[in-house]
Design a protein around this ligand. Structure first.
Ligand code: ZN
Length: 156
C-alpha cells in the first residue's frame, strides 16, 4: 500500500469512527485545549497518568477530517505507553510534519499515514494540533498547583 492510499484509508477510518472520543474527569485526569484558527479546528484532550504511565487519553473536538483523525490516532499511540515513549513518538511525528523529505521512521507504525499531509502544507497544522495539545496536557500534569483553567495551545 503506498503512502497516499494509507493516508486516505487511515484518515477516513479515524474520522468516521474516532477512537477514544469523550471526556475524562478532572481530577484525576489533566486537560488541555487546542485551537487551529486557520482551519477552525478545536480540541480538548484529557490525559490520565499512573506515575510515568499514560493509562488513558480521550479527546473531544470539532474540526476537519484531518484534525479529528490525527487526534484519534494520537490517543491510540499514547494509551498504555510511558511518558518517555509518548515523547519519543511526538518527536517522530513532529519530524514528519516539519521535515518534508525525511525518510519515515519504521517506529511510526500506523502514524506513518500522517505523512500524507505533507502533500497539503496548509493541513499540517490540522494534523499537528492534537499532538501539541497532548503535550500541553502532559505539562499540566507536571504543574504543582492545578490551574483553574486548562492550558490552551494555538497553532501559529
Ligand atoms: Zn483542519
Amino acid at each position: 500500500m503506498d503512502l497516499k492510499d494509507l493516508y486516505r484509508d487511515v484518515i477516513l477510518d479515524h474520522n468516521k469512527r474516532p477512537r477514544n472520543f469523550g471526556m475524562l474527569a478532572v481530577p484525576p485526569a489533566h486537560e488541555a485545549r487546542g485551537a487551529n484558527p486557520l482551519c477552525g479546528d478545536t480540541l480538548r484532550v484529557w490525559v490520565q497518568l499512573d506515575g510515568e504511565l499514560v493509562t488513558d487519553v480521550k479527546f473531544e473536538g470539532k474540526g476537519c477530517a484531518i484534525s479529528v483523525a490525527s487526534a484519534s490516532l494520537m490517543t491510540e499511540a499514547a494509551i498504555g505507553h510511558t511518558r518517555a515513549e509518548v515523547q519519543a513518538q511526538f518527536e517522530r511525528v513532529h519530524n514528519v510534519f516539519t521535515h518534508h523529505d525525511a525518510p519515515l521512521d519504521p517506529a511510526l507504525g500506523k502514524l506513518a499515514a500522517l505523512a500524507g499531509v505533507r502533500d497539503f502544507p496548509a493541513r499540517v497544522k490540522c494534523a499537528s494540533l492534537a499532538w501539541h495539545t497532548l503535550n500541553a496536557a502532559l505539562s499540566a500534569a507536571d504543574a504543582e498547583q492545578p490551574s483553574a483553567t486548562p492550558p490552551t495551545v494555538q497553532t501559529e
